[in-house]
Write a protein that binds this ligand. Structure first.
Ligand code: DCP
Ligand code: MG
Length: 402
């Protein structure tokens, strides 16, 4: 038993962007529990509750020791009554009854399965549940109309719900680099998202693309996508156009947190490791008989041989797998903001924007930083400069895992 005197008290600043949060988490039991409640709230479109649980979990992730007694939590920020109740339950009884009943509830399970389909958000899932659709089988039988993204999501459900490894992310980086080199030499790609924070797995792979000369990046996305498509690397793609400079809310009036870069949501057809071998670029791109050819969709449609059947239905006998990839093109003048905005974690991003707005009277987006008091934009050529503008100590990507 630990008494008050032995309990070590920690001083934790209240914004996640003021803290260093590595991937070493001493409190996974507690943070998993709080994250599950956060997820449930988000799936139920109760975003306020979701954020509260996320913030509480993030405080525990930042602690250098495992919490074993409530007394250790004294003075810590962001721990509301509800989160404290859950933590207490787990410390005293090994498990929280609320977490357990949520985890096993039909509603939560159905929301998880349905939103696990690429292209399906909480609102669509909720509607389907009301129509009695709780799983993929019922969805397939229901005859509801799916959009193109959802069709691809359903088709590649198992692959897309299997974590992407760092090795796979690196293999995709090689392909994207090759694509960019082919259509605009000296354009640069940067791995962002969780992998940039040092995670070994992720739900997708995020890339930023830019060019050192402002303006040269214009029109780049369609060319990159065409190249990838022509090489048989894409199972699905949808490019959304940059509308940052469009009429209604130009730079002076940022209307939402959504950023407006040219962005491609895609599903890659990635050769499996055995097939990729060590020379992925040579195999997949140059050689006709190699994996690149297998990756061509026409090849897929052709002779329905026995092995082809296996190819389609049994992932262990397939030579490729589907991986979600996001591509974002940014002009170099906005690149530091794009990089900061696309590195995450999601909570870290949210906290940066909250800090900027509430503490500094500034508006931060993935495009720019606006100082409301000086009524002007603050330029930055690096993430470090943005932290400096914000009056924050620089936190490197590996410590943004809030
Ligand atoms: N991002 C954001 N707002 C969006 C889209 C993305 O703030 N509308 C940022 C925060 C994320 C990063 O971009 O960290 C990438 O988004 P992901 O959903 O891919 O998140 P991660 O890469 O952190 O997680 P995972 O490892 O599961 O892919
Ligand atoms: Mg990601």
């Amino acid at each position: 038993q630990i008494n008050e005197a032995e309990a070590v008290l920690f001083s934790v600043p209240s914004y996640a962007c003021q803290r260093r949060t590595t991937l070493d988490n001493c409190n996974t039991t507690l943070t998993d529990a709080l994250s599950l409640l956060a997820e449930n709230a988000e799936l139920s479109e109760e975003d306020g509750r979701g954020v509260a649980f996320r913030r509480a979990a993030a405080v525990l992730k930042a602690l250098p020791v495992r919490v074993t007694a409530m007394s250790q939590l004294k003075g810590l920020p962001c721990l509301g009554d509800h989160s404290l109740r859950v933590i207490k339950d787990i410390l005293e009884n090994e498990a929280s009854s609320e977490v357990e009943s949520t985890k096993h509830s039909e509603r939560f399970k159905a929301l998880k399965v349905l939103t696990g389909i690429f292209g399906v958000g909480p609102r669509t899932a909720e509607r389907w549940i009301r129509e009695g659709i709780h799983n993929l089988h019922q969805l397939r039988e229901s005859g509801v109309t799916l959009n193109r993204a959802q069709q691809a999501g359903l088709e590649h459900y198992d692959d897309l719900n299997q974590q992407v490894t760092k090795a796979e992310a690196d293999a995709i980086a090689e392909i994207v680099q090759k694509a960019v080199d082919s259509v605009l030499p000296s354009a640069q790609i940067t791995l962002a998202g969780g992998f940039r924070r040092g995670k070994q797995t992720g739900h997708d792979v995020d890339f930023l693309i830019t060019h050192p000369e402002e303006g040269r990046e214009v029109g780049l996305m369609p060319k990159v996508v065409s190249w990838l498509e022509s090489q048989g690397f894409l199972l699905y793609q949808k490019v959304t156009r940059n509308s940052y400079l469009e009429v209604n809310d130009g730079p002076g009036r940022p209307s939402s947190n959504m950023d407006r870069f040219e962005r491609c949501f895609s599903i890659f057809k990635l050769a499996k490791r055995e097939e990729r071998g060590t020379k992925v670029t040579e195999n997949t791109v140059k050689t006709k008989d190699s994996v690149g050819a297998h990756m061509h969709s026409e090849t897929d449609q052709s002779p329905p041989s026995h092995s082809h059947e296996l190819d389609q239905h049994d992932s262990t006998n397939r030579r490729w797998r589907a991986v979600r990839v996001d591509l974002v093109v940014s002009p170099i003048s906005q690149f530091a903001f794009a990089l900061l905005g696309w590195t995450g974690s999601k909570l870290f991003e949210r906290e940066l924007r909250r800090w900027a707005g509430h503490e500094k009277a500034m508006s931060l987006s993935s495009h720019a930083l606006y100082d409301n008091k000086q009524s002007r934009y603050l330029r930055a050529a690096s993430e470090e400069e943005i932290f400096t503008h914000l009056g924050l100590e620089y936190i490197p990507p590996s410590e943004r895992n809030a």
